[in-house]
Design a protein around this ligand. Structure first.
Ligand SMILES: *[C@@H]1O[C@H](CO)[C@@H](O)[C@H](O)[C@H]1NC(C)=O
Ligand SMILES: *[C@@H]1O[C@H](CO)[C@@H](O)[C@H](O)[C@H]1NC(C)=O
Ligand SMILES: *[C@@H]1O[C@H](CO)[C@@H](O)[C@H](O)[C@H]1NC(C)=O
Length: 409
């Protein structure tokens, strides 16, 4: 019984003490004025193994956990270790994800920011805390691939080619791995492009491509002499498109020196409003002039001097409204116009007339021949018929003459 009372009194005392403390601190808590703020704690950088994205996590400073009214924000600053161009982000969350260049170490800094209700109206910043993240950088730096070039051909497939590192061991075998947000896990290249038994590139089919999203690549490899330094790349595939060349190009000219050019956009997945064309044309044999057109697929050249040789070729690219970058297509075959319609049209008309004339003559001749032969046959038949009749008459007459003669005799 005694102990129970003692316990109760202890509890009561505790409650009273807390209450008194609360009263003492009341003005500070209600006015909520902070004069300083602590940095966040437990900063962590986590690599999910997606060849670029890293998750950054942290916890709120302990001194702020009880202050429900405070608007607490965190300012992050992160970049590669030797870079001065750090990215800054302000967030109210306790985590942040971004894509990093994993070819070098990464430094992440964070501080707490409070303002409004918790402070005197001014903004309070804590000290920075930082964390350095080291991706796996084993192998000599000169063993890693260089000059990776990826081209997405007409939005149909992609070829990536690379060169051996400057000091790559002769037995090196590079391997390409890739990831984007639609994949559950990192994939390895399915179709290596090979040269002398070594992987020098990767061919991607349409179904493994993705636009307007990061396409992360890691090329590492193996060698009998030791580890190979991995190389990381983050691509935006819509900026690496090389369209097919424009085709079905029609060049027509009219008598007054106007030349009409008409073509069709390269067939495929690239929308026609995303294209831009360059027309190169020459009015003589040597100097080429250029003209760049957005979207249109026709062009008219006025006042072209009749009787000069006119040549034209075209190429296409993705325009600035659909991508930040693009490759030019190959040039279409050069089309030349040498005969101008002044003569050409007449020539065609003459040719046509001649053609019709020949046809008519031929028809007439055939009809004539047919008629003549039919007539001939008919005449012959008629004649032979007449002859036979005459012969019959003749024989009859001879008979009767003979008979008459006989009667006479
Ligand atoms: C509150 O702000 C005023 C002026 O803006 C300043 O004089 C005063 O020292 C500040 N008090 C605290 C506790 O920061
Ligand atoms: C190459 O990178 C991939 C993807 O990160 C990894 O799964 C693989 O183990 C690495 N290979 C070597 C030899 O390091
Ligand atoms: C070019 O001319 C041909 C024949 O006159 C026609 O069939 C074709 O549709 C034209 N092409 C274009 C792109 O207009």
């Amino acid at each position: 019984m005694n102990t129970l009372i003692n316990k109760l009194t202890d509890m009561d005392l505790n409650i009273v003490a807390t209450f008194l403390l609360a009263i003492m601190l009341w003005p500070r808590v209600t006015s909520g004025v902070l004069t300083s703020v602590d940095p966040p704690t437990d900063l962590q950088v986590i690599d999910p193994g997606h060849l670029g994205p890293l998750h950054i996590h942290w916890k709120a400073p302990l001194s702020l956990t009880s202050k429900m009214l405070c608007v607490v924000r965190y300012k992050l600053s992160y970049c590669n270790i030797d870079s001065t161009n750090c990215k800054r982000v302000i967030t109210r969350q306790l985590k942040h994800t971004d894509v990093f260049n994993l070819n070098k170490g990464i430094i992440v800094k964070i501080q707490t920011i409070v303002k409004e209700h918790c402070t005197n109206g001014s903004e309070l910043h804590s000290d920075w805390i930082e964390k350095v993240f080291w991706p796996s950088l084993e192998g000599h730096v000169d063993s890693k691939v260089k000059n990776l070039q990826c081209i997405v051909y007409n939005m149909e497939f992609m070829d990536c080619l690379w060169e051996n590192g400057t000091n790559a061991p002769h037995d090196i075998n590079y391997r390409l791995h890739y990831w984007h947000h639609k994949l559950d896990q990192v994939m390895e290249c399915k179709n290596y492009i090979k040269s002398q038994g070594h992987n020098v590139g990767c061919h991607f089919y349409k179904d493994s491509l993705i636009e307007f999203s990061d396409f992360n690549i890691c090329i590492n490899g193996t060698s009998g002499t030791g580890p190979v330094r991995p190389a990381y790349y983050v691509l935006q595939l819509q900026d690496l498109v090389k369209p097919a060349a424009p085709y079905k190009i029609n060049v027509t000219a009219s008598k007054n020196g106007t030349i009409y050019l008409q073509w069709e956009p390269p067939a495929g997945k690239i929308k026609s409003h995303c294209l831009e064309y360059e027309i190169r044309f020459s009015r003589k044999d040597s100097d080429w002039e250029s003209k760049v057109l957005l979207e249109e697929t026709t062009f008219t050249f006025l006042n072209v001097t009749v009787k000069t040789k006119f040549c034209v070729r075209l190429r296409a690219t993705v325009n600035m409204y659909c991508a930040d970058n693009s490759f030019w297509s190959d040039w279409s075959p050069t089309q030349c116009l040498q005969d101008y319609p002044a003569e050409e049209e007449n020539a065609i008309i003459k040719l046509n007339l001649l053609g019709e004339l020949i046809l008519l003559t031929a028809l007439a001749s055939i009809t004539l021949v047919l008629l003549v032969s039919i007539l001939g046959c008919w005449i012959r038949w008629k004649r032979s018929f007449a002859k036979r009749k005459f012969n019959m008459l003749l024989t009859e007459e001879t008979k009767s003459i003979k008979e008459r003669n006989c009667l006479d005799c």
